[in-house]
Design a binder for this molecule. Structure first.
Ligand SMILES: [Zn+2]
Length: 399
């Protein structure tokens, strides 16, 4: 009997793993309370609050959702010859860092080329259910941005144009019904009417790389703009102390802003001030990661741009002071955000999971009927140990 028991348990385990069934006893990251979460065939089937604390002190959290990923794990999403295998490498590297869903970000280029790239990426995504689940949609950053020095950041002003209804229509047709986040500068000619068209066709508009006046920002909000992209970046290093786009956005109402919490793109002090002024409901986090994220220091690309990534993880165009994307791993960003705000990592998790999903009108939560995709985390002294489960299967399990 004593020999049979372990064997039958092993068989049950094997059966459950094959069917993506299981249960988890952990503290819920949103409530702080212990729960039992059951899943069957890769889907959450039951959630139960319990009194008993999990014996190993582990926490369960929905996967991180990053709305701006230009590349990851050595893979540059702007490459025209990208294949599905490379996309899988990046997707798995992101998952290892806690990010189970993301938007692929495409940066300013010739519009037609951007749309071809988008069509190509959509066809790659179709080749694998793993990619279909991880790549929630697209973040189109450009080419409708400010051409002004400092505001254009690493984007090439040579390809920038004014947005038209035709652009919006084409973007909608190319992406079908996929979630799309479009970052644009509202001061560009035709931008307000383009925002109207985009909002009407279900495209989420985020303002960014902009020096719009307070009046134009207000008109953009009225037209349907919802977000502001990487506040504190896409601006010159020196700003007028009396009137600049930072003050205008902080004073405006209604825009949900993204911040890159790597301590580099936004200083810890500004990071805290933005939180104090806007409150957590109007902030979400993103890596704005480029190919070097999750890879070793060295020289990488975003499209045609060559970039150097140092051991300090700062991404720079050689010889230029401006940052160009980040090399931040999502889980590392969670820890840095908490460190800057002097709070627990559990307190910032929603800002990188529920909040970004909400901006796009999507769900990303631990709920019955949702995929059994989540992170299990354990505090180990100063660091956090993490396992990621996708559709009821842990990444470290044999598939
Ligand atoms: Zn940007």
């Amino acid at each position: 009997m004593s020999q049979l028991q372990p064997r039958s348990e092993k068989l049950i385990m094997q059966f459950r793993m094959q069917h993506n069934d299981g249960e988890v006893h952990a503290f819920h990251v949103e409530t702080g309370k212990p729960i039992l979460l059951f899943f069957a065939k890769g889907v959450i089937s039951r959630l139960e609050g319990v009194l008993e604390a999990p014996p190993d002190g582990q926490w369960i959290a929905q996967g991180l959702f990053d709305l701006q990923v230009n590349g990851y794990g050595g893979i540059d999403f702007q490459k025209d010859d990208l294949d599905a295998d490379s996309l899988l490498v990046a997707t798995r590297a992101l998952r290892k860092a806690g990010c189970t869903r993301f938007l692929i970000a495409l940066i300013t280029d010739d519009w037609k080329r951007m749309m071809n790239r988008l069509t190509h990426l959509r066809s790659l995504r179709q080749q694998s259910s793993e990619l279909e689940q991880a790549i929630a949609g697209w973040h189109i950053e450009g080419p409708f941005l400010s051409e002004q020095p400092g505001f254009h950041g690493a984007h090439d002003p040579g390809y920038m144009v004014d947005p038209t209804r035709e652009h919006i229509q084409q973007l909608r047709e190319t992406t079908n019904e996929d979630p799309v986040l479009l970052t644009l500068a509202p001061e560009r000619h035709g931008a307000i009417s383009a925002i109207h068209s985009a909002a009407a066709s279900g495209i989420t508009i985020s303002l960014g790389h902009t020096d719009a006046s307070a009046e134009v920002l207000a008109r953009a909000c009225e037209a349907g703009a919802r977000g502001f992209t990487h506040l504190g970046n896409g601006i010159p290093r020196l700003l007028d102390r009396h009137d600049n786009v930072l003050w205008r956005v902080l004073e405006s109402r209604g825009l949900v802003t993204s911040l890159i919490p790597d301590r580099i793109h936004v200083s810890p002090s500004l990071f805290r001030i933005v939180h104090r002024l806007l409150g957590r409901d109007r902030i979400y986090y993103t890596t704005d990661a480029m190919s070097a994220a999750g890879a070793a220091p060295g020289r990488y690309t975003i499209g045609k741009l060559e970039l150097d990534v140092g051991v300090d993880q700062i991404v720079r165009q050689p010889g230029k002071p401006l940052f160009a994307g980040s090399a931040l791993r999502p889980i590392e960003g969670v820890l840095r955000a908490a460190e800057m705000l002097k709070c627990r990592w559990q307190d910032v998790w929603h800002g990188w999971s529920g909040s970004p999903a909400q901006l796009l009108g999507l769900r990303n939560e631990l709920a019955v009927g949702q995929p059994a995709t989540f992170c299990l985390l354990k505090q180990q002294n100063q660091s956090v140990e993490m396992r990621v489960c996708t559709n009821g299967r842990f990444s470290d399990e044999p598939s």
